[in-house]
Design a protein around this ligand. Structure first.
Ligand code: SF4
Ligand code: SF4
Length: 191
């Protein structure tokens, strides 16, 4: 995957927010089971084990200059297999949340893509690629639309992406799941 631009070392807001994730990982013994269990590790520019090490070292610059946590698909394999019982999937999500909320220009594009993807799944019950990308382009700007145009046209020619407008049979089907997750996250944050 493409690396995002290097974040300034010692960005104080990011470094402070990362304290929450550091606390989740304090007992990591660097065994690497999480990396070996992760089905997406090959697409990440650093393994989960390495990322946890950098988190524990307070290296916000290296963590947020990597796109690794954006590649986590919440499969929970690492969480289930970590011999220390650490909440690794929640830690990945916390990094996404911190990066998305930071307003740091180097992180804005990834955050906008992630939000457009999840919002589309919540509203439509599955991903509608064209609608999701329109939502993303409106957040990320015309430069991003131009960057994706050749790929979009290629995919459309091959029938991989369809123009789907109006309501669909799965609209709202996953909304209760999102609401429950939001309730659980709120409860988790309060604990
Ligand atoms: S599996 Fe758990 S203990 Fe092992 S490296 Fe990963 S986070 Fe650390
Ligand atoms: S939850 Fe994320 S980091 Fe953990 S194994 Fe699954 S994809 Fe990898």
């Amino acid at each position: 995957m493409t690396r995002i631009p290097v974040i300034q070392a010692a960005d104080p807001a990011l470094a402070q927010a990362m304290g929450e994730v550091r606390a989740m990982l304090a007992a990591c013994m660097q065994c690497g089971t999480c990396s070996a269990s992760c089905p997406n590790a090959q697409s990440m520019d650093m393994t989960p084990r390495r990322m946890w090490r950098l988190v524990l070292m307070g290296r916000a610059d290296a963590v947020f200059s990597s796109g690794a946590f954006w590649m986590c698909s919440n499969c929970y394999a690492c969480t289930l297999r970590c011999p220390r019982g650490l909440p690794l999937t929640s830690a990945m999500n916390a990094l996404k949340r911190i990066a998305g909320a930071s307003g740091h220009p180097a992180l804005a594009r990834h955050g906008a893509f992630y939000r457009a993807f999840l919002d589309n799944v919540r509203r439509r019950g599955r991903v509608r690629e064209t609608e999701m990308m329109m939502h993303y382009f409106s957040a990320a700007g015309p430069g991003e639309a131009l960057r994706f145009t050749p790929l979009g046209l290629r995919l459309m020619r091959r029938g991989k992406v369809r123009l789907e407008l109006g309501s669909g049979p799965w609209d709202g089907a996953l909304a209760p799941l999102f609401e429950r997750a939001a309730r659980l996250e709120g409860k988790e944050a309060r604990q």
